[in-house]
Write a protein that binds this ligand. Structure first.
Ligand code: DQA
Length: 145
């Protein structure tokens, strides 16, 4: 069975209440349930983590080697700042897809740069909660399950 690690970065625990005009009304629990449903149908296993702490995310990625076949990550605000998360992903060599609820290029200029995108297989953004679904489906297709 293929194993996928889903990582939600800072403030994504607040989805549903947080800036709903940008991020929608869907909660993180609802997103996670949808992802679990898809994984079950495709017979893959999911481990889902949310963290507001950069070092914790670095540790999760570091420990994922030889344990997970792929990572689905929304690095949230760390997308634009974290050399450490980028380096952890590059070092892990694990197949990774980056997702964002919003289209970071249609927002403030400081969001226009992702430090993560150059080290991942691909990035899906701008489709709200659906970005996660599309990201997971793409990973499952790439893993051939
Ligand atoms: C986000 C976009 C980031 O710029 C922001 O800091 C987030 C969420 C998104 O999913 O649209 O927290 O990653």
């Amino acid at each position: 069975m293929k194993k996928i690690l889903v990582i939600h970065g800072p403030n994504l625990n607040l989805l549903g209440q947080r800036e709903p005009k940008i991020y929608g009304r869907v909660t993180l629990d609802a997103i996670n349930s949808e992802l679990k449903k898809i994984a079950k149908i495709r017979k893959a296993s999911l481990v889902i983590k949310q963290s507001n702490h950069e070092g914790e995310i670095v540790d999760l990625i570091g420990k994922a080697k030889n344990k997970f076949n792929a990572i689905l990550i929304n690095p949230a605000a760390y997308t634009h700042t974290s050399v450490a998360i980028r380096d952890a992903l590059a070092a892990s060599g694990i197949l990774t897809i980056e997702v964002h609820l919003s289209n970071i290029y249609s927002r403030e200029e400081f969001r226009h740069k992702s430090l993560i995108s150059p080290v991942v297989k691909g990035t899906i953004m701008g489709f709200g909660a659906k970005s996660y679904v599309l990201g997971l489906q793409a990973l499952l297709d790439l893993l051939d399950v």
